[in-house]
Design a protein. Structure first.
Length: 668
């Protein structure tokens, strides 16, 4: 089933599917170094082995220990917890990014060297692992000439010649070693080890990002500084200016930046993930473009004061705008949902791992290919610009570029998959039609790397955006009219509601995921309200791809409705095709006095012993929900959690052929 939680105010609203990432991991890495997890840092999604599925590429080490880069292969059975490839040598790796450097159709891997070993801090060389067709070479075949300390990395066409050049952010404050930004030029598929460009300004640069911020058709370079001003260096068509064209206040200790059109005005906006690790953290910021540079003062400030370490943008709820994910040190992953260009100061969604993750990277991709779709966009050349920005980011791939109907060879253009830009080596003439075809997804999952030696890297799956794509609630004199639309093959919905007391709420909050609302409530960030129990609105599933239902006696004040979609099938009562018995994710999540699971029993387990048990994290059985036999198909199981203390628990399904665990939280 799919769950979508929506807040219903006293006015018409079209509520999209909301943020439906699983709050607990569906995958964890399993590789260890002497019994400890690696200090994981950077990650990227790329089809390394050429099987058309994206694999997870991770760099390890950070400033703590010399460790390897790794590739976790993806298959129809899912992501392998053990790496299939290890890079050599072991090093203090910073972040990484994959790109088809040599235009041969497979991704190559570039990684920075941060250095470590305080107080005698080591230098390192930026490195490149070329893809040999189904795996990266074991040892890097290219190293950057300068030995330095670098953390952030980005591929981009800085000189507008149609191939991707490599930018790195250098400098480390631990040993007071400030450095310039550097770019290594791509010369016919080979990186020059001598930087072709360096910024005049040296700083403790932590991140770099390519994007056309001034909409002139040339890529610019944005850079984050841990102690100093963040900056944008503008592109000229032949390269970059050596001095910044925009800088902000030096008061922010920024570790990561992200860029995207957040308010739909056609201009890139800038997100800053701020850290201040020697203090108590900082707020995160958004600078909206003023159609030239950025507003001098931030246009959005988070309520959370955390040691944030990563910012990522993606359309998680398939409503056409970019939502914001922030990761930090010893804090949950936080997602701020974009509602027509506006963001709550409080996070709308929080992860719930049962521990506090130490996030180093967040990256969105459709790892299970359940939302892949194709897109095609057309642009008109102006005779000057060679860079075009897609309306979608990130994209899985750019598949073809045509100018006036003629396809360009693969070495005539390059692209930024995360930022959605395409740069051509030859500027299209004025009036020429530029057509770009690409693959993207409406169901993006999230990978997270963890710096902690006690915790793994994880994957959160996106559940529910694709099939149930619109849900509308309209409060009328005779009640609340609910209506919905679903994708082809969906069977129907169950409807539930939840009321709150007191009956009014003040403030400018736009609606939150339940876990995020409870967290904000506990910290005194929103008015105190007590949620009531979840109540079924209709005893049976309501079928059809479109439907309506009138709730004639809704509670007054704030009400939440919860449409739960049954999995796709060919007809009434159809069930998902599953090869083994399984548990779907629970709802509501977190639970208060009850929680519901969907149990699917496969043919080999039908009519044979089945046990459902709730355990605490110490492994003690706290509730025996069911023991006996179940028929083949789907069964809804309700657990009474009223007597459980707040915390994280595990539901375990045991059958003749399967043993499945699902974590859930109880919060009051």
């Amino acid at each position: 089933m799919r769950r979508i939680a929506t807040l219903i105010p006293l006015m018409p609203i079209l509520a999209q599917a909301g943020i439906n990432l699983t709050t607990t991991p569906v995958w964890e890495s399993g590789d260890l170094i002497e019994g400890e997890y690696p200090y994981s840092t950077g990650c990227d999604w790329a089809d390394v082995d050429g099987d058309s599925r994206v694999d997870l590429v991770v760099s390890n080490g950070n400033d703590m220990r010399r460790e390897y880069c790794a590739v976790y292969l993806n298959s129809p059975e899912g992501l392998d917890p053990e790496p299939a490839w290890f890079g050599e040598p072991l090093e203090y790796h910073g972040h990484l990014e994959c790109c088809d450097l040599d235009s041969d159709g497979d991704p190559d891997l570039a990684v920075t060297l941060l250095g470590g070993g305080y107080p005698d801090w080591t230098y390192g060389h930026d490195a490149l692992y070329v893809n040999l067709g189904s795996a990266f070479e074991t040892a890097p075949s290219w190293e950057g000439g300068p030995a330095h300390n670098a953390f952030g990395i980005a591929w981009g066409d800085y000189d507008s010649d149609g191939d991707a050049d490599l930018a790195v952010a250098g400098g480390i404050d631990y040993v007071l070693r400030a450095e310039p930004l550097r770019i290594y030029e791509n010369e016919d598929g080979v990186l020059n080890p001598v930087p072709a460009w360096e910024s005049e300004k040296s700083s403790y640069w932590m991140d770099v990002l390519f994007g056309d911020f001034d909409n002139d058709g040339f890529l610019d370079l944005a850079a984050a500084s841990e102690h100093g001003s963040n900056a944008v260096f503008f592109g000229t068509g032949d390269g970059l200016a050596e001095t910044p064209g925009w800088e902000d206040s030096p008061e922010w200790d920024t570790l990561k930046i992200a860029a995207g059109d957040l308010n739909g005005d056609g201009w890139l906006d800038l997100v800053l993930a701020n850290n201040n690790q020697i203090g108590e953290g900082q707020v995160n910021l958004i600078h909206l473009s003023n159609h030239n540079l950025f507003d001098a003062e931030p246009d959005w400030v988070s309520s959370d004061i955390e040691m944030s370490s990563y910012a990522a943008l993606a359309d998680l709820d398939a409503d056409g705008d970019l939502d914001l994910a922030i990761g930090g040190w010893w804090n949950p992953i936080r997602i701020y949902e974009n509602r027509n260009g506006r963001f709550n100061p409080e996070a709308d969604w929080l992860s719930d791992f049962g521990y506090d993750p130490v996030t180093e990277a967040l990256l969105f991709e459709d790892y299970d290919d359940d939302g892949l779709t194709s897109g095609r966009e057309r642009f008109t050349g102006d005779g000057a610009a060679g860079c075009f920005r897609l309306s979608v980011m990130p994209v899985r791939s750019v598949d073809e570029v045509r100018v006036d109907g003629v396809p360009l060879p693969r070495d005539a253009w390059c692209c930024g998959r995360q930022e959605g830009w395409v740069s051509l080596g030859v500027t299209p003439p004025a009036g020429a039609e530029v057509e770009i075809s690409y693959t993207c997804s409406t169901d993006l999952d999230l990978a997270q790397t963890d710096w902690s030696k006690t915790e793994p890297n994880v994957l959160l799956r996106n559940d529910g955006v694709l099939e149930l794509y619109a849900f509308q609630a309209l409060r009328r004199d005779d009640g609340v009219l609910l209506s919905w639309k679903m994708g082809n093959g969906a069977v129907g919905v169950y409807l539930y509601r939840q009321g709150f007391s007191p009956t009014t709420i003040t403030g400018d909050y736009l609606g939150m995921h339940d876990a995020a609302y409870r967290s904000a409530l506990a910290r005194g960030r929103v008015p105190g309200e007590e949620p009531g129990p979840w109540e079924p609105l209709h005893p049976e599933r309501i079928g059809g791809l479109e439907g309506m239902y009138l709730d004639r006696e809704p509670p007054s004040g704030r009400v939440r409705f919860d449409p739960v979609e049954v999995y796709v099938g060919k007809g009434e009562g159809a069930l998902p095709q599953k090869s083994e018995s399984s548990l779907d994710l629970p709802w509501p999540s977190p639970a208060d006095d009850r929680i519901v699971f969907e149990v699917v029993i496969s043919g080999p387990d039908a009519g044979r012993p089945v046990t459902l048990t709730v355990y605490d994290l110490a492994g003690r059985s706290v509730i025996l929900l069911f023991t006996g036999e179940l028929t083949e198909g789907s069964h809804r199981v309700t657990a009474d959690t009223a007597r459980l203390a707040p915390g994280v628990y595990v539901l375990r399904l045991e059958t003749a052929t399967a043993a499945v665990n699902r974590r859930f939280a109880v919060a009051r």
